[in-house]
Design a protein around this ligand. Structure first.
Ligand SMILES: [Zn+2]
Length: 292
């Protein structure tokens, strides 16, 4: 499944290659990826033909291409989606679902084997599609508000990891990035936000950002080539992770075996020494029985 840095790589590739080439025709080869378009595949194609992509944006794992600075083509890669930019005439990919033939003999191709992803037209969505306006910005977004995030975390009674996974507060930090960011910040995921110092929250935010930027760097090698590809198989996650998926292996900082605990139907990985669990609050002493 493409993670946020990989989606950002695709956004940059789209920005570099598909803007300002008017759409000559649109061919929907399978109806499922445009299932959210109420008018059906023919209407989808008709409404896009003749328009021009004018900007490429991302919010969390959603991508959108502004159409003449008014509407937008909103897309999600799902589990296996790819956005490929190819010269016209290159043989079709096996799972090609939608083809946008652009001016200058370029094609934007949406390829998706499992078809959990999809494309839709968002009316008036050029700046931000209303369908996804509720999703918070992510830490790689230039307009992410660090001080507001720190304040929001410190008002929360929830554990810091739960906050990091709340898409209404911060988007794009999945389970893996949260565990890695917490390890870098030496914080246990169950520490309540309200009991963290400002510097603790800043450290975990910078840790998550560091891991995401590293992934972006490793996934970004192809973005000035014409072929823009996302397949979720970057290999990054095998090479560079410190705690995630490393149960019982030694922590690279202190040598203590990494522990795994279950968390929201998934797993959390952490070093029990570098990231001590929060002390339980002592139960409040029972009120003294009134003397009768
Ligand atoms: Zn350690």
């Amino acid at each position: 499944m493409p993670e946020l840095p990989e989606v950002e790589v695709v956004r940059r590739g789209l920005e570099a290659h598909v803007l300002d080439h008017p759409i000559r025709s649109v061919e929907v080869l399978h109806p499922r990826p445009v299932r959210r378009h109420a008018g059906g595949p023919a209407d989808f194609a008709a409404r896009l033909t003749g328009r021009t992509f004018t900007a490429a944006h991302r919010r969390g794992k959603y991508l959108w291409l502004a159409l003449d600075d008014t509407d937008a083509l909103l897309g999600h890669l799902g589990m296996s989606g790819q956005m490929l930019v190819q010269p016209a005439g290159v043989p079709d990919e096996r799972h090609l679902r939608v083809r946008f033939a652009l001016a200058d003999d370029l094609e934007l191709r949406f390829v998706d084997q499992r078809m959990f992803g999809g494309l839709a037209i968002s009316d008036g969505g050029a700046v931000i599609p209303p369908e996804i306006a509720h999703i918070a910005r992510d830490p790689l977004d230039g307009e992410f508000d660090d001080p507001a995030f720190v304040r929001r975390v410190r008002r929360s009674e929830s554990g810091i990891k739960r906050v990091l996974l709340n898409q209404n507060i911060i988007s794009g930090v999945g389970n893996i990035y949260a565990d890695e960011g917490l390890w870098l910040a030496r914080l246990h995921g169950e520490r309540p936000g309200s009991r963290l110092r400002k510097s603790d929250v800043e450290r975990v935010l910078s840790g998550c950002r560091q891991v995401m930027l590293q992934a972006l760097g490793e996934g970004g090698t192809s973005f000035d080539s014409l072929y823009v590809n996302v397949n979720g198989e970057s290999g990054y996650f095998d090479r560079s992770l410190q705690v995630y998926g490393r149960e019982a292996e030694p922590c690279s900082r202190c040598g203590t075996p990494i522990r795994r605990i279950s968390f929201m139907n998934r797993s959390s990985f952490f070093c029990p020494v570098c990231q001590p669990a929060p002390r339980r609050r002592r139960p409040r002493p029972a009120a003294a029985a009134p003397i009768s």
